[in-house]
Design a protein around this ligand. Structure first.
Ligand code: MN
Ligand code: MN
Length: 460
């Protein structure tokens, strides 16, 4: 049952390809620190590869034919890519689905205030974070401000070499006696996540002059007023670029590997398909997974189903019954990261059912927590088919659970799509320090994920 170390299987050409993919991935991470930025990047890559906007085709009523490539974004925060196959959709299609939202802190609607001569932005964290990890490190702002007249302003501060960065302060060690006795969950509390943004008072301003000065800077740079924060979505994320990790450069340290490493591998996989596939290829990049796949752009929303209906309408095979059959006959890889075995915290893992960095793409037959609660438990028949598919394609893979049975767990979008009656299994890349500001993956696992997702789209 011992799995291969993927690194031992590579020849020189594969090593080169692995480095090329890793370099592309780091650029994708640097340019995609929010779901909006990832969607924009996916649209750009798709357009360059000949994909067209499904919305425009719906308007013109154009017929879709095998080999046609289309994309459909949902509110600029989620996106689906398709390559129409030669088989009718009714017989099923192949789906790879990941999420492009990552844990972070969002600015509150009324965020800006001044205290003790310092201006702050107040935040509400998003997703599961260890709050103490997000203090005393450089932070950046990414997002949009939408003005009353509908004008949308893109904001990115803290990423250019000469940009200022932002930061949340931590208590000095000299006065931390009491703080260090607290439980980890309360060492830093949610309402302590206040981002420092300024310290110079505006001249001749009596009331909150430092805040007034920050508002002046924002107005000069973006033409916005304080009230425009009411209609803004600005995310506070770690500032800086993804980098090679290790003296042997075997790993990547980056923000948002969960789940952009799978999102990137998926985009790469679908864009790499040149011929007409038998079954239609579908790549989903969903939003809101980290908070339960809720809302209009989360996987629970109907945009997935609606897009399949639109697609079948344009291929001339739509009926309610055929749509249901298409969804039921689909196969899916729910592509999300898995917990990598960490020797520093070996006690929470069950070693023979753990994912190891560098042992290839990981399949989780089930996730969930404490007795598989909330899990999609994939069928043995499906896992058997995938074992053969992966072996035939020369993909290094491993299987894992998310930690010891009674310790905890997690979920993905798998169970949501499984509700249509399709075959679904979780498949992704092992991560160390998951949900920390800087997460760790192995380049070999990224490489195997790219291979696995392409093989799945072509052969499942
Ligand atoms: Mn995830
Ligand atoms: Mn996550």
């Amino acid at each position: 049952m011992e799995r291969n170390v993927a690194w031992n299987t590579y020849n020189e050409t594969e090593q080169k390809e692995l480095e090329q993919i890793s370099a592309e991935y780091k650029l994708f991470l640097n340019g995609g620190k929010t779901e909006r930025e990832c969607t924009t990047a996916a649209i750009r890559l798709a357009k360059d590869a000949g994909f067209r906007d499904l919305k425009e085709m719906i308007q013109t009523g154009e017929t879709l034919r095998p080999g046609d490539r289309v994309y459909s974004d949902c509110m600029g925060k989620a996106i689906m890519l398709f390559i129409i196959g030669s088989n009718p959709m009714e017989n099923g299609f192949n789906i790879i689905g990941a999420h492009i939202d990552s844990p972070r802190m969002d600015l509150k609607q009324n965020p800006l205030y001044e205290d003790a001569g310092i201006a702050y932005l107040d935040t509400h964290y998003y997703g599961g974070i260890k709050k103490y990890q997000w203090v005393a490190l450089p932070l950046a702002l990414h997002g949009v401000i939408v003005k009353k007249d509908g004008e949308k302003i893109d904001v990115v501060i803290g990423e250019e070499e000469d940009d200022p960065v932002l930061c949340i302060s931590d208590l000095l060690i000299h006065l931390s006696g009491e703080q260090l006795q607290k439980k980890g969950a309360t060492v830093i509390e949610g309402e302590d996540l206040n981002v420092i943004v300024g310290g110079i008072p505006l001249k001749d301003e009596e009331k909150e002059p430092v805040k007034a000065n920050i508002l002046k800077i924002l107005n000069d740079r973006y033409g916005v007023e304080e009230e425009d924060f009411l209609s803004a979505e600005i995310e506070v994320v770690p500032a800086g670029k993804a980098r090679d990790l290790g003296l042997d450069r075997s790993m990547i340290l980056g923000y948002g590997h969960d789940d952009r490493v799978c999102a990137f591998a998926q985009i790469r996989a679908i864009l790499s398909i040149e011929d007409v596939p038998e079954r239609t290829s579908c790549c989903i990049l969903a939003d809101k997974e980290e908070i339960g796949s809720v809302g209009a752009t989360g996987m629970h929303a109907k945009y997935f189903e609606n897009n399949i209906a639109e697609l079948m309408n344009l291929t001339g095979e739509y009926s309610e019954l055929k749509l249901r059959r298409a969804l039921k006959n689909a196969c899916m890889l729910s592509c999300d990261v898995s917990a990598g075995f960490d020797p520093n915290f070996a006690g929470v893992f069950e070693k023979k059912n753990s994912a190891f960095l560098g042992k290839g793409v990981c399949f989780n037959k089930y996730t969930g927590s404490r007795g598989k609660s909330g899990s999609n438990d994939a069928n043995a028949e499906y896992m058997a088919k995938l074992r053969k598919l992966m072996e035939d394609a020369g993909v290094q893979y491993q299987t894992a659970e998310l930690g010891k049975v009674d310790v905890g767990g997690g979920g993905t979008i798998a169970y949501i799509c499984a509700a249509y009656g399709m075959e679904v299994i979780d498949s992704g890349v092992a991560v160390l320090s998951m949900h920390a500001p800087w997460e760790i993956i192995s380049k070999a696992d990224l490489y195997e994920a790219c291979k696995a997702y392409r093989a799945f789209l072509l052969n499942a």
